[in-house]
Design a protein. Structure first.
Length: 281
């Protein structure tokens, strides 16, 4: 049996135009075989809900860089009731979905950003400090998309400051936070949040409802350093390249551990790599 975890932007979705049509036939094949396809992304719940509907998915999903897990209330394939007790997890039904919180609340993330700002004596501007117009100037996203991106529950992206990332990370760690660095934004998360941890918990929750004799193979696809913990947590890590090849920060892992590289960028590469992985296993 397979479980498929996938980043979205630059992986299942094209980096430039966000198209996913080439992946749809493969997604349908996986669904016909009973294989869950679980978005594992930096995006918010609001963003993933829309994409999940467009992709025809009804599987669980992981948001805000592993800060939260969402699944349908009637999804009996994953036993989070038992796992929540065993792992001391926060599990609550919210807006028609079971919600597992691995990080902090958005309010706590905002307070954490304020603390960081005071510690480095530099103004840190997060999503919550910027108007839609200001965010559009930085991201080039349309207003509706930005509103969904701003509908945050667990983490706060902020504009990269002059202070070194190493200094920021050290201060964040003492306050029980962590920082993920992106191209334009840093992301402030709770210390317990990680894509890799979320993937491991999803796998355990699946195992609790399935025979221990059934071998489970996990597949993970990502394109950036933000996906590293997810790629390290799966049995078959696949790096989806950009137009200039695999991300430089992922190349050492490809060379040392033999991680696969998809044969093309975006949804075309995603589809080909998933089909090859399933066929070979």
């Amino acid at each position: 049996m397979f479980l498929c975890f996938s980043d979205l932007d630059g992986t299942l979705l094209n980096h430039d135009d966000y198209r996913y049509d080439a992946a749809i036939p493969t997604i349908k094949k996986l669904q016909a075989a009973g294989i869950p396809v679980m978005p594992t992304t930096s995006k918010t719940k609001a963003e993933v809900i829309d994409l999940r509907a467009a992709l025809g998915l009804n599987d669980p999903f992981i948001v805000e860089n592993g800060s939260g897990i969402f699944l349908e209330l009637d999804d009996k394939r994953f036993d989070f009731q038992s796992l929540a007790i065993a792992e001391n997890l926060s599990l609550n039904p919210i807006d028609g979905l079971n919600t597992v919180t691995l990080g902090v609340t958005y309010e706590q993330a905002r307070q954490g950003l304020k603390h960081l700002s005071e510690e480095i004596d530099e103004i840190l501007k997060g999503f919550g400090d910027l108007t839609i117009a200001e965010l559009q100037a930085v991201t080039d996203l349309p207003e509706n998309a930005l509103k969904r991106a701003c509908d945050r529950q667990f983490s706060e992206p902020f504009i990269r400051p002059k202070t070194s990332v190493d200094t920021l990370e050290a201060i964040a760690k003492t306050a029980n936070f962590k920082i993920l660095v992106g191209n334009r934004f840093c992301h402030l998360l709770g210390a317990g949040a990680a894509k890799g941890r979320a993937v491991q918990l999803m796998t355990k929750a699946w195992q609790l409802t399935h025979s221990t004799e059934q071998k489970i193979t996990t597949i993970g696809l990502g394109d950036s350093p933000n996906d590293l913990s997810m790629l390290q947590a799966v049995d078959v890590p696949i790096v989806v390249p950009g137009v200039k090849g695999a991300h430089p920060n992922l190349i050492p892992y490809i060379e040392k551990y033999g991680w696969q590289i998809a044969p093309a960028t975006g949804c075309l590469g995603w589809s080909a790599a998933v089909e090859k992985a399933i066929a070979s296993l």
